[in-house]
Design a protein around this ligand. Structure first.
Ligand code: GTP
Ligand code: MG
Length: 596
């Protein structure tokens, strides 16, 4: 006999099913309620998903690598990031920059004194061998550049410090590493600049007699102590305080490493050396760990600081150490200076204060200005790095405290690779850590860049475009703009960096503007510039298009090109650029996260 069983109705379905006697109006209202509930449910799902993604994102810091030749403005860019997102750390370091700014000032004074000393000896030797001295400046004609290049393999030059330099003939070493259009251009850059050697390097070997009076001699004498001040400050700040030594090297020395290692750099290449941060700490009266200020969104912490506590802990028992966490290698190198920096910086400040009036008088002297204008018809002292002579009354004062702007303008060479950590506390990036790596840009430092190519999210490349008529300090045969093109080409073509978000800063636009408005003709150094107007906007556009061409041709895979015209000493304008860069990097990172 068949038994018929009927399951009791599911209570949930019963509860959810519409009432049997539902009217059309009630049905409409119910459906509205259900649709609304569905919408809320979907919104909650989306929120949960976003939170999950954000957690995933926050787990991994965003890493940014700053690259570019020496004096391209990398460290100044970091200072702009600090100003915008880690102001308390910036403010905390500000007083330590006093010694650096004093060194910058004293160096400028000593450069002027060097030039005066050369003038004096030149005038003296001429008065011994020639007829009476002229009383007013009388430039003799510059040797004509149309006379062609020297027939020997080197050119004899006199530097601004009076040294006789033997300049080798221009090299063609990098010629075949460049794309064709650039090859022609860069070779012309080199040869053109070389044919203009005298104007380009030093104008000082053009014999001119300037009247140096007793007043100048008294000033020279009274400012002599500044020679010792420079030496002492350089000692206390270490090798970061001096510019990169001359010494040829490749524009992109890591290329060989990249080839031989395949795609991944080996771990043991990773080095982080004590650099200018350690130099600053040597003159800082005390070490205090950076703490968050109320207005800050982020704080900065260097790798050295992180390493410091560990190292101090492990070494405290074995031997006394400096409180300024340096890497092992650097600590040994710098050990002799430990603790000396502050007293030296103090006594330097005293001497500088006592010389303030004489420094101001020297800089304001019309004859001195005439000599400098004649000697440096192209590169002006006041446009060079770390120039503070116009601020001498303020900077030399006994109670001088550097302003934010002073710190941004101060010059201290980066040694090794410096790591900065920012943690955003507010906004859409809350909780996210950013790490910025600032490298030394001199050719001898570039081999240290390579280990950092791995695992970067973004790369900011700084190309100072005002230096189209300048030469590389490390290798006087090489035009500085050409060097930037060579580095750019190498990094654009790097497979390790193929997924990295590239951002180009065409920097020092303010100096470019000054240079071209002074009448320096771009076409003379970059013949391919042709008949385009000798105006900064046009020049910047032209250089930008060249960097873009290299980017497009060299990149292993197509990606967007982002470039900005910058003057990173202008902190207001740079704050806008930095915010745009931050948003771009964030967007790019979110896109990457979605793809993954
Ligand atoms: N006028 C002007 N000066 C700049 C600009 N960018 C940087 N400087 C100055 O140039 C000097 C060198 O800048 P840094 O930021 O130290 O250069 P860097 O690329 O870090 O150099 P290294 O540490 O040697 O690799 C500093 O004194 C800056 O103030 C700019 O856009 N305009
Ligand atoms: Mg630097």
């Amino acid at each position: 006999m068949a038994v018929l069983t009927i399951d009791p109705p599911d209570p949930l379905s019963l509860a959810l099913s519409p009432p049997k006697d539902e009217s059309p109006a009630e049905r409409w209202a119910r459906e509205q309620r259900e649709a609304h509930a569905r919408l809320i449910s979907e919104q909650i799902d989306a929120q949960i998903k976003a939170e999950k993604q954000s957690k995933k994102k926050n787990g991994k810091p965003i890493k940014i690598l700053l690259l570019g030749q020496s004096e391209s403005g990398k460290s100044t860019t970091v200072k702009n990031f600090q100003l915008a997102y880690a102001y308390s750390s910036f403010r905390e370091e500000r007083s330590a920059w006093r010694a650096v700014i004093h060194l910058n000032l004293v160096r400028s004074v000593n450069t002027v004194l060097d030039i005066l000393a050369e003038e004096t000896s030149r005038t003296r030797s001429r008065s011994q061998s020639q007829s009476p001295q002229p009383l007013s400046p009388r430039p003799s004609p510059r040797p004509s550049t149309s006379q062609g290049r020297p027939s020997t393999s080197s050119t004899q030059k006199t530097s601004s410090t009076g040294r006789t330099l033997l300049l080798p003939r221009p090299s063609t070493a990098h010629a075949d590493t460049l794309p064709t259009f650039l090859r022609t251009q860069s070779m012309t850059v080199e040869s053109s600049a070389d044919s203009d050697n005298d104007a380009d390097d030093d104008d000082g070997d053009t014999p001119v007699a300037f009247p140096l009076t007793e007043r100048h001699k008294v000033l020279q004498l009274r400012l002599t102590p500044l020679r010792y001040v420079q030496r002492d400050l350089e000692r206390s700040l270490g090798s970061a305080s001096t510019e990169a030594p001359e010494g040829a090297g490749d524009a992109a020395p890591w290329l060989r490493q990249e080839e031989s290692l395949g795609h991944r750099p080996r771990e043991f290449f990773v080095t982080s050396r004590s650099g200018w941060k350690a130099a600053l700490r040597r003159v800082k009266s005390g070490y205090r760990r950076a703490s968050l200020g109320s207005r800050d969104e982020a704080r900065v912490e260097t790798a050295e600081e992180t390493a410091l506590s560990k190292k101090l802990h492990s070494r405290r028992r074995s031997r006394p150490t400096s409180p300024f966490g340096m890497s092992m290698q650097a600590e040994d190198e710098e050990a002799q200076n430990d603790g000396e920096g502050e007293p030296q910086a103090q006594s330097a400040a005293e001497v500088i204060a006592s010389c303030a009036e004489d420094i101001a008088a020297l800089w304001a002297d019309a004859d001195v200005q005439a000599i400098l204008a004649h000697r440096n018809s192209k590169t002006r002292l006041e446009e060079g790095p770390g120039f503070f002579l116009n601020d001498v009354a303020r900077v030399a004062a006994r109670d001088y405290e550097p302003s934010d702007q002073d710190v941004v303008r101060a010059r201290l060479r980066t040694m090794g690779v410096q790591e900065y950590r920012f943690r955003f506390e507010r906004g859409s990036e809350a909780g996210r850590e950013w790490i910025i790596y600032d490298v030394g840009g001199a050719r001898s430092s570039r081999h240290a860049w390579f280990p950092y190519f791995d695992d970067m999210n973004a790369l900011i490349f700084l190309a100072p475009i005002s230096c189209f008529d300048e030469r590389l300090a490390e290798d006087r045969r090489v035009n500085r703009l050409q060097d930037s093109f060579l580095i750019w080409k190498a990094i654009c073509g790097s497979k390790l960096l193929q997924h990295v978000h590239f951002i180009l800063f065409l920097n020092k636009c303010d100096l470019l503007q000054k240079k071209v408005s002074r009448g320096v003709q771009v076409v003379k150094y970059i013949p391919s510039y042709g008949t385009r107007p000798n105006e900064s906007a046009s020049v910047a556009r032209y250089f930008s298009s060249q960097f873009k061409d290299i980017f497009v041709k060299q990149s292993p895979q197509s990606k967007p090109f982002y470039s900005y015209m910058t003057s990173v000493v202008d902190t207001k304008a740079t704050a806008i650029t930095v915010a745009a860069v931050r948003d771009g990097i964030q967007r790019n990172n979110m896109k990457e996260a979605e793809i993954m």
